[in-house]
Design a protein around this ligand. Structure first.
Ligand code: SF4
Length: 398
Protein backbone atom coordinates (compact mmCIF):
# COMPACT_ATOMS: atom_id res chain seq x y z
CA UNK A 1 0.00 0.00 0.00
CA UNK A 2 1.20 3.49 -0.71
CA UNK A 3 1.22 5.38 2.58
CA UNK A 4 -0.38 8.36 0.92
CA UNK A 5 -3.38 6.43 -0.34
CA UNK A 6 -5.56 3.96 1.56
CA UNK A 7 -5.64 5.25 5.15
CA UNK A 8 -4.29 8.51 3.80
CA UNK A 9 -7.45 9.69 2.06
CA UNK A 10 -8.13 13.31 2.99
CA UNK A 11 -10.83 13.70 5.63
CA UNK A 12 -13.81 15.12 3.78
CA UNK A 13 -15.02 18.60 4.62
CA UNK A 14 -12.35 19.77 7.05
CA UNK A 15 -10.64 22.03 4.50
CA UNK A 16 -7.49 21.89 6.63
CA UNK A 17 -4.31 22.43 4.61
CA UNK A 18 -1.44 22.17 7.00
CA UNK A 19 2.14 23.27 6.55
CA UNK A 20 5.34 23.09 8.62
CA UNK A 21 8.80 24.58 8.30
CA UNK A 22 11.57 22.63 6.56
CA UNK A 23 14.29 21.02 8.60
CA UNK A 24 16.37 18.55 6.60
CA UNK A 25 14.44 15.41 5.76
CA UNK A 26 11.66 16.10 8.31
CA UNK A 27 9.20 16.68 5.43
CA UNK A 28 9.58 13.02 4.37
CA UNK A 29 8.34 11.89 7.78
CA UNK A 30 5.59 14.53 7.84
CA UNK A 31 4.35 13.69 4.34
CA UNK A 32 3.91 10.13 5.55
CA UNK A 33 2.32 11.14 8.86
CA UNK A 34 -0.19 13.63 7.46
CA UNK A 35 -0.97 11.21 4.64
CA UNK A 36 -1.93 8.56 7.18
CA UNK A 37 -3.91 11.09 9.23
CA UNK A 38 -5.82 12.08 6.10
CA UNK A 39 -4.76 15.71 6.45
CA UNK A 40 -3.73 17.66 3.36
CA UNK A 41 -0.07 18.65 3.73
CA UNK A 42 1.24 21.67 1.84
CA UNK A 43 4.99 21.24 1.71
CA UNK A 44 6.76 24.60 1.33
CA UNK A 45 9.24 24.79 -1.57
CA UNK A 46 12.63 23.52 -0.40
CA UNK A 47 14.52 26.27 1.44
CA UNK A 48 16.44 28.49 -0.94
CA UNK A 49 17.98 31.95 -1.21
CA UNK A 50 14.51 33.23 -2.05
CA UNK A 51 13.10 31.69 1.15
CA UNK A 52 15.83 33.35 3.18
CA UNK A 53 15.32 36.71 1.49
CA UNK A 54 11.60 36.61 2.30
CA UNK A 55 12.31 35.61 5.90
CA UNK A 56 15.00 38.24 6.42
CA UNK A 57 12.75 40.96 5.02
CA UNK A 58 10.07 40.35 7.64
CA UNK A 59 12.10 39.20 10.69
CA UNK A 60 13.72 41.24 13.44
CA UNK A 61 17.41 41.63 12.55
CA UNK A 62 18.56 40.06 15.83
CA UNK A 63 16.47 36.90 15.36
CA UNK A 64 18.39 33.65 14.87
CA UNK A 65 18.87 32.38 11.32
CA UNK A 66 16.48 29.40 11.75
CA UNK A 67 13.58 31.75 12.60
CA UNK A 68 14.21 33.73 9.42
CA UNK A 69 14.27 30.61 7.26
CA UNK A 70 11.14 29.25 9.02
CA UNK A 71 9.30 32.47 8.35
CA UNK A 72 10.25 32.32 4.67
CA UNK A 73 8.94 28.72 4.54
CA UNK A 74 5.62 29.75 6.07
CA UNK A 75 5.07 32.65 3.70
CA UNK A 76 5.87 30.47 0.68
CA UNK A 77 3.51 27.76 1.95
CA UNK A 78 0.68 30.23 2.70
CA UNK A 79 1.07 31.57 -0.84
CA UNK A 80 0.69 27.95 -2.06
CA UNK A 81 -2.65 27.65 -0.28
CA UNK A 82 -1.85 26.41 3.22
CA UNK A 83 -4.32 27.63 5.85
CA UNK A 84 -2.90 25.98 8.99
CA UNK A 85 0.62 26.25 10.36
CA UNK A 86 1.96 23.54 12.67
CA UNK A 87 5.06 24.52 14.58
CA UNK A 88 7.00 22.75 17.30
CA UNK A 89 6.89 24.42 20.70
CA UNK A 90 9.45 24.14 23.43
CA UNK A 91 10.80 25.59 26.62
CA UNK A 92 14.16 26.19 28.13
CA UNK A 93 16.76 28.88 28.33
CA UNK A 94 17.07 29.60 24.59
CA UNK A 95 14.78 31.51 22.25
CA UNK A 96 13.26 28.48 20.53
CA UNK A 97 10.24 28.44 22.85
CA UNK A 98 9.26 31.90 21.55
CA UNK A 99 9.69 31.11 17.86
CA UNK A 100 6.09 30.12 17.24
CA UNK A 101 4.65 33.13 19.06
CA UNK A 102 6.92 35.59 17.25
CA UNK A 103 6.34 33.99 13.84
CA UNK A 104 2.57 33.98 14.29
CA UNK A 105 2.56 37.67 15.27
CA UNK A 106 4.70 38.67 12.27
CA UNK A 107 2.50 36.73 9.84
CA UNK A 108 -0.73 38.22 11.24
CA UNK A 109 0.77 41.73 11.03
CA UNK A 110 1.50 40.99 7.37
CA UNK A 111 -2.19 40.24 6.88
CA UNK A 112 -2.13 36.46 6.47
CA UNK A 113 -5.19 34.57 7.63
CA UNK A 114 -4.42 31.12 9.03
CA UNK A 115 -4.78 28.85 12.00
CA UNK A 116 -1.70 28.36 14.15
CA UNK A 117 -1.16 25.05 15.92
CA UNK A 118 1.67 24.66 18.39
CA UNK A 119 2.92 21.07 18.75
CA UNK A 120 4.11 21.03 22.33
CA UNK A 121 6.65 18.39 23.41
CA UNK A 122 5.20 15.00 24.42
CA UNK A 123 6.55 15.66 27.92
CA UNK A 124 3.89 18.34 28.36
CA UNK A 125 1.33 15.55 28.67
CA UNK A 126 -0.10 12.92 26.32
CA UNK A 127 -3.60 14.48 26.42
CA UNK A 128 -2.40 17.88 25.14
CA UNK A 129 -0.36 16.07 22.51
CA UNK A 130 -3.39 14.03 21.37
CA UNK A 131 -5.75 17.03 21.32
CA UNK A 132 -3.35 18.94 19.05
CA UNK A 133 -3.47 16.15 16.46
CA UNK A 134 -7.19 15.69 16.94
CA UNK A 135 -7.70 19.37 16.09
CA UNK A 136 -6.00 18.70 12.75
CA UNK A 137 -7.78 15.41 12.11
CA UNK A 138 -11.21 15.63 13.78
CA UNK A 139 -12.56 12.28 14.92
CA UNK A 140 -9.13 10.73 15.30
CA UNK A 141 -9.06 8.26 18.16
CA UNK A 142 -6.15 7.84 20.59
CA UNK A 143 -5.40 4.24 19.45
CA UNK A 144 -5.43 5.33 15.79
CA UNK A 145 -3.07 8.23 16.50
CA UNK A 146 -0.72 5.97 18.45
CA UNK A 147 -0.68 3.39 15.64
CA UNK A 148 -0.08 6.03 12.96
CA UNK A 149 2.68 7.73 14.93
CA UNK A 150 4.44 4.41 15.49
CA UNK A 151 4.48 3.48 11.81
CA UNK A 152 5.46 6.96 10.56
CA UNK A 153 8.16 7.21 13.19
CA UNK A 154 9.53 3.81 12.14
CA UNK A 155 9.79 5.14 8.61
CA UNK A 156 11.49 8.30 9.92
CA UNK A 157 14.02 6.14 11.76
CA UNK A 158 14.75 4.22 8.56
CA UNK A 159 15.24 7.49 6.63
CA UNK A 160 17.68 8.72 9.28
CA UNK A 161 19.64 5.46 9.21
CA UNK A 162 20.05 5.85 5.46
CA UNK A 163 21.24 9.44 5.91
CA UNK A 164 23.73 8.38 8.57
CA UNK A 165 25.18 5.66 6.36
CA UNK A 166 25.40 8.00 3.37
CA UNK A 167 27.71 10.33 5.32
CA UNK A 168 30.20 7.49 5.61
CA UNK A 169 29.83 5.98 2.14
CA UNK A 170 30.32 9.38 0.47
CA UNK A 171 33.88 9.61 1.80
CA UNK A 172 34.82 6.50 -0.20
CA UNK A 173 32.71 6.99 -3.35
CA UNK A 174 34.59 6.58 -6.63
CA UNK A 175 32.30 8.75 -8.74
CA UNK A 176 31.51 12.10 -7.20
CA UNK A 177 27.78 12.51 -6.58
CA UNK A 178 26.88 8.80 -6.65
CA UNK A 179 26.03 8.70 -2.93
CA UNK A 180 23.75 11.73 -3.14
CA UNK A 181 21.92 10.18 -6.11
CA UNK A 182 21.68 6.83 -4.33
CA UNK A 183 20.29 8.46 -1.18
CA UNK A 184 17.53 10.17 -3.16
CA UNK A 185 16.62 6.88 -4.83
CA UNK A 186 16.69 5.08 -1.46
CA UNK A 187 14.37 7.67 0.09
CA UNK A 188 11.94 7.22 -2.80
CA UNK A 189 11.84 3.47 -2.15
CA UNK A 190 11.00 4.09 1.50
CA UNK A 191 8.34 6.69 0.70
CA UNK A 192 6.25 3.98 -0.99
CA UNK A 193 6.16 1.69 2.07
CA UNK A 194 2.89 1.48 4.01
CA UNK A 195 2.92 -1.18 6.73
CA UNK A 196 5.67 -1.84 9.25
CA UNK A 197 6.58 -4.98 7.32
CA UNK A 198 6.77 -3.03 4.05
CA UNK A 199 8.97 -0.42 5.73
CA UNK A 200 11.36 -3.19 6.84
CA UNK A 201 11.53 -4.59 3.32
CA UNK A 202 11.88 -1.16 1.75
CA UNK A 203 14.70 -0.27 4.12
CA UNK A 204 16.61 -3.40 3.14
CA UNK A 205 16.21 -2.49 -0.55
CA UNK A 206 17.16 1.13 0.14
CA UNK A 207 20.28 0.12 2.10
CA UNK A 208 21.30 -2.08 -0.85
CA UNK A 209 21.10 0.98 -3.11
CA UNK A 210 23.39 2.97 -0.80
CA UNK A 211 25.84 0.10 -0.35
CA UNK A 212 25.80 -0.39 -4.12
CA UNK A 213 27.68 2.87 -4.60
CA UNK A 214 31.10 2.09 -6.04
CA UNK A 215 33.63 2.71 -3.24
CA UNK A 216 37.39 2.76 -2.80
CA UNK A 217 37.92 1.00 0.56
CA UNK A 218 41.67 1.71 0.45
CA UNK A 219 41.19 5.47 0.49
CA UNK A 220 42.74 7.21 3.50
CA UNK A 221 40.00 9.41 4.96
CA UNK A 222 39.75 11.89 7.80
CA UNK A 223 37.16 11.24 10.52
CA UNK A 224 35.30 14.35 11.59
CA UNK A 225 32.39 14.81 14.02
CA UNK A 226 29.75 17.48 13.44
CA UNK A 227 28.28 19.13 16.54
CA UNK A 228 26.22 22.24 17.18
CA UNK A 229 22.78 23.77 16.98
CA UNK A 230 20.10 21.33 15.77
CA UNK A 231 18.66 23.35 12.88
CA UNK A 232 22.08 24.19 11.43
CA UNK A 233 22.98 20.51 11.61
CA UNK A 234 19.76 19.22 10.09
CA UNK A 235 18.99 21.74 7.34
CA UNK A 236 21.52 21.56 4.50
CA UNK A 237 20.45 24.90 3.00
CA UNK A 238 21.39 26.70 6.21
CA UNK A 239 24.98 25.36 6.17
CA UNK A 240 25.62 25.45 2.39
CA UNK A 241 25.37 21.66 2.27
CA UNK A 242 28.55 21.35 4.28
CA UNK A 243 28.23 17.59 4.76
CA UNK A 244 28.16 16.95 1.05
CA UNK A 245 31.14 19.27 0.51
CA UNK A 246 33.12 17.45 3.21
CA UNK A 247 32.15 14.07 1.80
CA UNK A 248 33.49 15.15 -1.59
CA UNK A 249 36.78 16.05 0.15
CA UNK A 250 36.97 12.43 1.35
CA UNK A 251 35.89 13.07 4.94
CA UNK A 252 34.08 10.38 6.92
CA UNK A 253 31.43 12.15 9.00
CA UNK A 254 29.34 11.51 12.04
CA UNK A 255 26.67 14.02 12.95
CA UNK A 256 25.21 13.97 16.44
CA UNK A 257 21.71 15.34 15.76
CA UNK A 258 19.11 13.46 13.71
CA UNK A 259 15.46 14.32 13.17
CA UNK A 260 14.02 11.25 14.93
CA UNK A 261 16.53 11.48 17.80
CA UNK A 262 15.57 15.11 18.24
CA UNK A 263 11.81 14.47 18.39
CA UNK A 264 11.92 11.17 20.31
CA UNK A 265 10.67 11.77 23.87
CA UNK A 266 13.16 9.34 25.46
CA UNK A 267 16.26 11.04 24.04
CA UNK A 268 18.01 7.71 23.68
CA UNK A 269 19.61 8.89 20.42
CA UNK A 270 19.11 5.59 18.61
CA UNK A 271 20.46 6.99 15.33
CA UNK A 272 23.54 8.71 16.72
CA UNK A 273 24.03 5.75 19.05
CA UNK A 274 24.84 7.51 22.34
CA UNK A 275 22.09 8.44 24.83
CA UNK A 276 21.71 12.02 25.99
CA UNK A 277 22.53 11.01 29.59
CA UNK A 278 25.96 9.68 28.60
CA UNK A 279 26.69 12.81 26.58
CA UNK A 280 25.77 14.99 29.56
CA UNK A 281 28.15 12.99 31.76
CA UNK A 282 30.98 13.58 29.29
CA UNK A 283 30.21 17.32 29.28
CA UNK A 284 29.97 17.60 33.08
CA UNK A 285 33.67 18.40 33.83
CA UNK A 286 33.35 21.42 31.52
CA UNK A 287 29.65 22.32 31.65
CA UNK A 288 27.25 20.77 34.12
CA UNK A 289 24.18 22.95 33.44
CA UNK A 290 21.58 22.87 30.69
CA UNK A 291 22.17 26.09 28.78
CA UNK A 292 19.42 25.44 26.23
CA UNK A 293 19.53 24.13 22.68
CA UNK A 294 22.38 21.67 22.22
CA UNK A 295 24.98 23.71 24.16
CA UNK A 296 25.78 21.01 26.69
CA UNK A 297 25.58 18.24 24.06
CA UNK A 298 28.08 20.10 21.88
CA UNK A 299 30.63 19.85 24.70
CA UNK A 300 29.83 16.23 25.57
CA UNK A 301 29.88 15.10 21.94
CA UNK A 302 33.22 16.80 21.31
CA UNK A 303 34.69 14.88 24.26
CA UNK A 304 33.23 11.66 22.88
CA UNK A 305 34.59 12.24 19.37
CA UNK A 306 38.03 12.85 20.91
CA UNK A 307 37.80 9.66 22.97
CA UNK A 308 36.78 7.72 19.87
CA UNK A 309 39.87 8.84 17.99
CA UNK A 310 38.29 11.27 15.52
CA UNK A 311 40.67 13.64 13.74
CA UNK A 312 38.63 16.76 14.46
CA UNK A 313 35.27 18.33 15.21
CA UNK A 314 33.28 21.03 13.43
CA UNK A 315 30.77 23.08 15.44
CA UNK A 316 27.95 24.79 13.51
CA UNK A 317 25.90 27.58 15.02
CA UNK A 318 23.65 30.42 13.98
CA UNK A 319 25.30 33.77 14.63
CA UNK A 320 24.07 35.03 18.02
CA UNK A 321 22.89 31.59 19.21
CA UNK A 322 23.17 31.79 22.99
CA UNK A 323 23.64 28.09 23.88
CA UNK A 324 26.20 27.45 21.14
CA UNK A 325 28.12 30.64 21.96
CA UNK A 326 28.43 29.39 25.53
CA UNK A 327 29.67 26.08 24.16
CA UNK A 328 32.17 27.71 21.80
CA UNK A 329 33.65 29.69 24.69
CA UNK A 330 34.30 26.38 26.50
CA UNK A 331 35.50 24.35 23.50
CA UNK A 332 39.10 25.72 23.56
CA UNK A 333 39.48 24.10 27.00
CA UNK A 334 38.01 20.83 25.69
CA UNK A 335 40.35 20.80 22.70
CA UNK A 336 43.31 21.46 24.99
CA UNK A 337 42.41 18.75 27.52
CA UNK A 338 41.40 16.14 24.93
CA UNK A 339 43.88 17.16 22.23
CA UNK A 340 41.36 17.45 19.43
CA UNK A 341 41.12 20.33 16.93
CA UNK A 342 37.74 22.08 16.78
CA UNK A 343 36.59 24.45 14.06
CA UNK A 344 33.64 26.72 14.86
CA UNK A 345 31.53 28.02 11.95
CA UNK A 346 28.84 30.64 12.60
CA UNK A 347 26.16 31.34 9.98
CA UNK A 348 23.77 34.19 9.30
CA UNK A 349 22.23 35.72 6.20
CA UNK A 350 25.49 37.55 5.46
CA UNK A 351 27.61 34.38 5.42
CA UNK A 352 29.06 33.47 2.04
CA UNK A 353 29.69 29.94 0.80
CA UNK A 354 33.20 30.69 -0.51
CA UNK A 355 34.40 31.91 2.90
CA UNK A 356 32.95 28.85 4.60
CA UNK A 357 34.60 26.45 2.12
CA UNK A 358 37.98 28.21 2.51
CA UNK A 359 37.86 27.85 6.28
CA UNK A 360 36.86 24.22 6.06
CA UNK A 361 39.62 23.44 3.56
CA UNK A 362 42.19 25.10 5.84
CA UNK A 363 40.89 23.03 8.75
CA UNK A 364 41.22 19.84 6.70
CA UNK A 365 44.84 20.83 5.90
CA UNK A 366 45.47 21.13 9.60
CA UNK A 367 43.92 17.72 10.30
CA UNK A 368 46.02 16.07 7.57
CA UNK A 369 49.12 17.77 8.99
CA UNK A 370 48.39 16.29 12.40
CA UNK A 371 47.61 12.89 10.93
CA UNK A 372 50.89 12.88 9.04
CA UNK A 373 52.87 13.96 12.11
CA UNK A 374 53.69 17.42 10.82
CA UNK A 375 51.85 19.11 13.72
CA UNK A 376 52.42 18.00 17.28
CA UNK A 377 49.87 20.07 19.20
CA UNK A 378 46.37 21.45 18.78
CA UNK A 379 46.66 25.15 17.92
CA UNK A 380 44.88 27.45 20.34
CA UNK A 381 43.04 30.59 19.40
CA UNK A 382 45.42 33.45 18.70
CA UNK A 383 48.48 31.19 18.80
CA UNK A 384 50.44 29.56 16.03
CA UNK A 385 50.39 25.77 16.00
CA UNK A 386 53.43 23.98 17.33
CA UNK A 387 54.85 22.42 14.19
CA UNK A 388 57.14 19.49 13.64
CA UNK A 389 58.14 21.09 10.36
CA UNK A 390 57.75 24.58 8.96
CA UNK A 391 55.56 23.61 6.02
CA UNK A 392 52.13 23.65 7.62
CA UNK A 393 52.01 26.91 9.56
CA UNK A 394 49.26 28.23 7.29
CA UNK A 395 46.93 25.55 8.54
CA UNK A 396 46.67 27.07 12.01
CA UNK A 397 43.23 28.58 11.64
CA UNK A 398 41.23 26.80 14.32
S1 SF4 B 1 19.41 27.03 19.83
FE1 SF4 B 1 20.29 28.98 19.21
S2 SF4 B 1 19.62 29.34 17.10
FE2 SF4 B 1 18.37 27.71 17.94
S3 SF4 B 1 16.61 28.82 18.73
FE3 SF4 B 1 18.01 28.63 20.46
S4 SF4 B 1 19.20 30.53 20.40
FE4 SF4 B 1 18.17 30.35 18.41
Amino acid sequence: MNALTGSGRARPGTGIKVTTPHMGNLHLLLEDLFGRLGVEYIKPPLSSTKTLQIGVKHSPEFACLPLKINLGNFIQALEKGANTIAMAGGHGPCRFGYYGIVEERILRDLGYDFRFVMLEPFGDGPWTFYKTFESLAPGLSIPSLWKILKVSFAKGRAIDRLGRRSLQVRAYEVNRGDTTRALKEAEKILAQAGTTEEIREAEAAAVAVIEGVEQDPERDVLKVGIVGEFFLLLEPFSNFDLEEALGHMGVYLERCVWVTDWIAPRKDNKIFGYPKKLIEEKAAPFLSQNVGGEGRETIGNTVMFAERGFDGVIQLLPFGCMPENIASSILPKVQQVHDIPVQTLAFDEQTGKAGMVTRVEAFMDLLWARRNGRLISVPRRGKKPEAACGGCQRAGTA
